[in-house]
Design a binder for this molecule. Structure first.
Ligand code: TYD
Length: 222
């Protein structure tokens, strides 16, 4: 049986980390096995890469894209794929759409190139569903506050480009994306996320076992 791969996307200050944790807690509460993970930094190697990316010195745009892709390659190979193969739901705080929005558009490296780089890095793993926590750039900046990392301290145009690319991706691929307005209290947003995502997760889990069961019935007893 394979799990489900749910990713959360959004600009800085959209509240992804809090909402990923809330969704995982809810999933566990209803008896589903789910884990949270994050990019960059979901592995030991990734935490070192995260430090270089966010708190080191200058990083040129292509080096930046390659470092995010390196973190992702290792995270998917060593954490996400093994969990999915064990039937676990993985809820990831950012995935390849972050690279498309931040490096592809805001850094102007090209959406196709950056997406292809990530697909090569992950052997083509795509999320089953992606939640976009959409918040205005000014509200996001207010939530981030005064202590900003290298990416957060980019200007307003950079962050506006990220937001617009997310909205465009969601519009272009409505079957995968779920757009959730991220204004309001943590609990209000968590309820919106649950209402939007739980039907999709049930569909994914119920849709799959039957077709997979018969194909893998000999494999389960290994
Ligand atoms: P994140 O962990 O979401 O930030 P926070 O410090 O708020 O928890 O992400 C760190 C930064 O990395 C964020 O500004 C977005 C950026 N990023 C990219 O530019 N490209 C990527 O592929 C990813 C995964 C993140």
């Amino acid at each position: 049986m394979s799990g489900a791969f749910i990713t959360f996307e959004g600009g800085d200050g959209s509240g992804k980390t809090t909402q990923v944790a809330a969704l995982v807690e809810h999933l566990n509460g209803v008896g589903l096995q789910a884990v949270a993970s994050r990019e960059p930094g979901g592995t030991e190697l990734g935490r070192a890469i995260r430090e270089l990316l966010l708190h080191g010195g200058e990083v040129s745009p292509k080096a930046e894209a390659l470092l995010y892709a390196a973190d992702r390659a290792h995270h998917i190979a060593t954490v996400v794929r093994p969990a999915l193969e064990d039937g676990i739901i993985v809820v990831a705080d950012r995935y390849l759409d972050s690279s498309v929005a931040y490096q592809g558009v805001a850094r102007q490296l090209g959406t196709e190139e950056v997406r292809d780089l990530s697909l090569w890095a992950t052997d083509g793993l795509m999320p089953d569903a992606t939640v976009l926590l959409d918040v205005s750039v000014s509200e996001g900046a207010a939530r981030v506050g005064g202590t900003q990392d290298r990416i957060e301290s980019e200007g307003r145009d950079f962050h506006e480009a990220v937001r617009q690319e997310y909205l465009a991706m969601a519009q272009a691929e409505p079957n995968r994306w779920i757009v959730v307005p991220a204004e309001g209290s943590i609990d209000a947003v968590a309820a919106r996320v649950r209402d939007a995502v739980m039907p999709r997760i049930r569909e994914l889990l119920i849709g799959e076992p039957e077709s997979v069961q018969s194909a893998s019935s000999g494999k389960d007893s290994q």
